[in-house]
Design a protein around this ligand. Structure first.
Ligand SMILES: NC(=O)c1ccc[n+]([C@@H]2O[C@H](COP(=O)([O-])OP(=O)(O)OC[C@H]3O[C@@H](n4cnc5c(N)ncnc54)[C@H](OP(=O)(O)O)[C@@H]3O)[C@@H](O)[C@H]2O)c1
Length: 259
């Protein structure tokens, strides 16, 4: 019998780029990656917020780098990512976390709103993922691409039509990357969060009518805490997930299995 070995969840020596990591789930993932040994690249559009998070992590002794960049500025993305690879290094791990939402029906949403959401939530992630996968493959890095979808990556609800269209596109992207870059040793997986009490959901959580409805539909009868996304994100980036590819891990307290 071979010796027993505990699963390895360390990210020591890895460089991880997490898009949209100045707050919410992206920040929780960046903090967990740093605590697991990775150097992290903090991204957001506002340079001051990015520097604040980088400074906070550095003050705790973690390796953190700033990447203040609007990832939806597609024409700039290739040059900006190239500079990051030259200045900081080629990421071993990419987390596609940026996501915006327009709570409107298809009839209510303007064409410009539809195009903007699809660009930010879907096309920007597709473009960054193929840049990152190409760079990883070029360096022989057996990298990890992890994409935040949503329970709306499989489901739809009235009055909120465009977000599920983009998120279900991301589910396709996760699988397309998994089959195209798997032969290079690069895996692609997703995380589908349910309802988390992030800054973006603060007004919904505080709403005396809608807040309790969200809680009432969840078998755990509460919102998720942002740090409760961290275990899934660390697992998928870690050596222990080396044979997990093309999977979307739902983290929703059971919300999407209840009816
Ligand atoms: N929270 C939930 O309950 C929930 C549920 C399901 C799925 N999700 C998904 O999980 C992800 C994170 O959600 P969240 O609630 O934590 O988000 P959030 O609180 O709205 O945080 C968004 C982050 O992205 C940055 N950002 C926004 N647009 C950007 C852009 N174009 N380029 C670069 N950075 C940008 C923001 O910083 P700046 O504003 O400074 O750019 C911020 O750091 C999203 O994809 C969301 O769809 C969340």
């Amino acid at each position: 019998m071979s010796a027993c070995a505990a699963p390895d969840f360390s990210l020591r020596g890895k460089l991880a780029l997490i898009t949209g990591s100045t707050q919410g789930l992206g920040l929780a993932i960046a903090q967990a990656y740093a605590a697991s040994g990775a150097r992290v690249v903090i991204n957001g559009r506002r340079a001051d917020k990015v520097e604040q998070v980088v400074g906070g992590l550095a003050a705790q002794g973690y390796g953190a780098h700033a990447y203040a960049q609007d990832i939806s500025h597609l024409p700039e993305q290739e040059a900006a990512f190239g500079r990051l690879c030259e200045d900081v290094g080629t990421p071993d791990i990419l987390v596609n976390n940026v996501g915006i939402r327009i709570r409107k029906s298809l009839a209510q949403a303007s064409l410009d709103e539809i195009l903007e959401l699809i660009k930010v939530d879907l096309v920007a992630a597709v473009q960054l993922s193929r840049l990152a996968a190409g760079a990883m493959a070029g360096k022989g890095i057996h990298g990890r691409i992890i994409t935040l979808t949503s329970i709306a990556g499989e489901l739809a609800r009235p009055g909120d039509a465009v977000y599920p269209i983009a998120k279900q596109g991301l589910s396709g992207m996760i699988r397309a990357l998994a089959v195209e870059y798997g032969p290079c040793g690069i895996t692609s997986n997703g995380i589908a969060p349910g309802t988390f009490a992030t800054e973006t959901n603060a007004s919904l959580a505080a709403d005396p009518v809608r807040g309790p409805i969200v809680i009432g539909r969840n078998p755990l009868a509460r919102w998720g805490r942002p740090d409760e996304i961290a275990g899934a994100a660390v697992f998928l980036a870690s050596p222990s997930a080396s044979y997990v590819n093309g999977h979307i891990l739902v983290v929703d307290g059971g919300f999407s299995v209840a009816f």
